[in-house]
Ligand binder design. Structure first.
Ligand code: ADP
Ligand code: MG
Length: 273
């Protein structure tokens, strides 16, 4: 089933310096339960579509349907917002309450859910992100990774069908990054639709599908294997390439016969045997 459908989306930001075309006719759809990564250089147009998915922005032209509903129709706003959870890059800008459990409850209160239900959902969500011990803490006392887990708990508590994460690990250390990614994979395994914007290629490689943005357009749409084994393209875009793919490429150029699309160290080792 189709969860998100984007039809010829154009988004133009009006600024004092003139119009800025952020999305220039983008079309794609995302199925229920898919895990899609969006990559691209700075300013290529990754965050702008994310903000369209929960109607924070509306199309300049074109259409977006979330769970079958047009985001531009005001009647659909509640349905759209209650089905798309957002996690942004800067954990500090997401925290709204002075106590962790209140912060996780915030979205639910806005949805008008009964207090005892809220309590139950908040407890479950904090447990899900391994943050139960911190429920009475001040968020300001937490690390960046813990704050992002709280933000994710807030989304889990809302029980949305879709989670959009816009560079959620950009400000975290490697340990924090691993934890967030593990959590995202677990949510995906539970059946949620995941849209994961990142500039870490090893994170994007874990998705089922990768969209590559360039200048407000989709440059490529494929599996991580298709995208990341195209070393020439990856380098042109200035992205890191997977180490195993790079080594395989060099060995091939020295005449070694290796299968074409090697992505991981395990595959490389297997091929070299
Ligand atoms: P990314 O997330 O890939 O860095 P964005 O979607 O944020 O890209 O931005 C796409 C383009 O739109 C960029 O050129 C950016 O400068 C411009 N842009 C983004 N947000 C705004 C804004 N609020 N006002 C004006 N221009 C913007
Ligand atoms: Mg961005």
């Amino acid at each position: 089933m189709e969860m998100i459908r984007v039809e010829n989306l154009r988004h133009v930001y009006k600024t004092s310096a003139g119009d800025r075309v952020a999305l220039d006719g983008v079309s794609f759809s995302i199925a229920q339960g898919e895990f899609v990564a969006i990559i691209g250089t700075n300013g290529s147009g990754k965050s702008t579509p994310a903000k369209h998915f929960n109607a924070l922005l509306l199309p300049t032209s074109g259409k977006i349907f979330v769970d079958g509903r047009d985001t531009a129709d005001e009647k659909n706003l509640w349905h759209v917002r209650s089905n798309v959870g957002m996690v942004f890059q800067n954990p500090d800008s997401e925290i709204v309450a002075a106590i962790v459990e209140d912060d996780v409850a915030f979205g639910l209160e806005n949805l008008g859910i009964a207090p005892e239900k809220i309590r139950e959902r908040v407890d479950l969500a904090l447990d899900d992100v391994n943050m139960s011990d911190y429920k009475n803490f001040a968020p300001s006392k937490l690390s960046g990774g813990q704050k992002q887990r709280i933000a994710i708990a807030g989304v889990i508590a809302m029980r949305t069908k879709i989670i959009v994460l816009d560079e959620p690990t950009a400000m975290l250390d490697p340990q924090g990054r691993r934890e967030i990614l593990q959590m995202v994979k677990r949510l995906h395994a539970q059946g949620l639709t995941i849209i994961y914007i990142t500039h870490f290629m090893e994170e994007a490689a874990q998705a089922q599908r990768v969209l590559v943005m360039e200048n407000g357009r989709i440059l490529r749409d494929g599996t991580p294997r298709e995208i990341f084994t195209d070393l020439r393209e990856m380098k042109r875009l200035g992205f890191d390439v997977p180490v195993a793919a790079e080594i395989a490429d060099r060995l091939r150029r020295r005449g070694l016969k290796l299968p074409k699309k090697i992505l991981t160290a395990t595959e490389l080792a297997e091929a070299l045997k």
